[in-house]
Design a protein around this ligand. Structure first.
Ligand code: SIN
Length: 283
């Protein structure tokens, strides 16, 4: 099936037109999508309603799917699906309601972090004809490429601690959540290179986020704090970002090595937003 790859024109992102994800893809079509993904870092597919089975089948072409430990927020019938939503049932959120509140890269706090995430919009909050709750994506490979040579040299070989407790502490401090989810404490942090070399396309990318990066090792604490601030600001400069304005049924997938993202919380609780996300484990 011929497909069309339409770049967003931003530093990252492309729309894939003409791929029917309700059916198993033939190898040639999947190869085109795979190549586009590792070129554009974020892909989106729109215009066709997908089932959970379609979503799982398509994302599993990229690798083994991870079942997250946060069992309360997993889909009951499909534990490969993580539910993100502000909808409440019997007084409790049916999914994660604070996902994406800070700039972050999914699973960075794990020793074997996520490789690919695919998020599908089942319900979108709409007001006055505009869908709210955009997701902003940043290309950390473009952000790295634009650094001066002296900074690239300084970062060479540095390691950083990525911690879910760091994110949860910020969430509690900002009053968004009262408590931590016990399940995440099982894998609280991991150490990764500050500059990762992408396992598929070999591009260098900054692996540092507002949400998860708590400490750069081997340098004084104040220097670590300042460098995290400088690099996270570099990553999210407008010239390295693409803002996705959702439509119902969109499937958006992103590279968890070379991008980071942040959701926009600009919609009231009365407007439901429901997303399903699958996660591919790094090979
Ligand atoms: C996420 O951070 O995985 C979710 C982003 C969103 O809900 O827009």
């Amino acid at each position: 099936m011929p497909i069309q790859v339409k770049p967003t024109g931003a530093a990252l992102g492309a729309e894939i037109i003409g791929a029917d994800l309700t059916q198993p893809l033939d190898d040639a079509t999947f190869a085109q999508i795979h190549a586009a993904f590792y070129q554009y870092e974020v892909l989106y597919f729109r215009g066709r309603e997908l089932s959970d089975e379609d979503h799982i089948r398509f994302s599993a072409r990229f690798g083994e799917l991870r079942k997250l430990k946060i069992t309360k927020q997993l889909h009951v019938e499909h534990p490969e699906i993580f539910v993100i939503s502000n909808i409440k049932k019997n007084g409790e959120h049916i999914g994660s309601y604070d996902a994406g509140i800070f700039w972050h890269t999914d699973g960075a706090y794990l020793a074997n972090p996520h490789a690919v995430s695919a998020l599908r919009a089942l319900e979108v909050p709409e007001q006055n004809g505009r869908v709210l709750g955009d997701t902003n994506f940043a290309s950390t490979s473009a952000a790295y490429d634009a650094l001066p040579q002296s900074m690239k040299k300084r970062l060479d070989g540095l390691m950083a601690v990525q911690s879910i407790m760091h994110r949860l502490k910020q969430t509690v401090e900002s009053g968004i959540k009262k408590d931590y989810n016990e399940a995440v404490k099982a894998d609280p942090e991991a150490t990764h290179p500050l500059v990762r070399v992408h396992p598929v396309n070999g591009r260098k990318c900054l692996y540092v986020t507002e949400g998860y990066t708590s400490r750069i090792l081997g340098i004084p604490e104040d220097e670590s704090r300042d460098l995290i601030k400088e690099l996270t600001a570099q990553c999210v400069k407008p010239e390295f970002t693409y803002l996705h304005n959702w439509r119902k049924h969109d499937l958006v997938m992103w590279d968890d090595c070379s991008t980071q993202h942040k959701a926009t919380f600009d919609y009231p609780e009365t407007l439901p937003r429901l997303m399903h996300r699958t996660t591919v484990v790094a090979a």
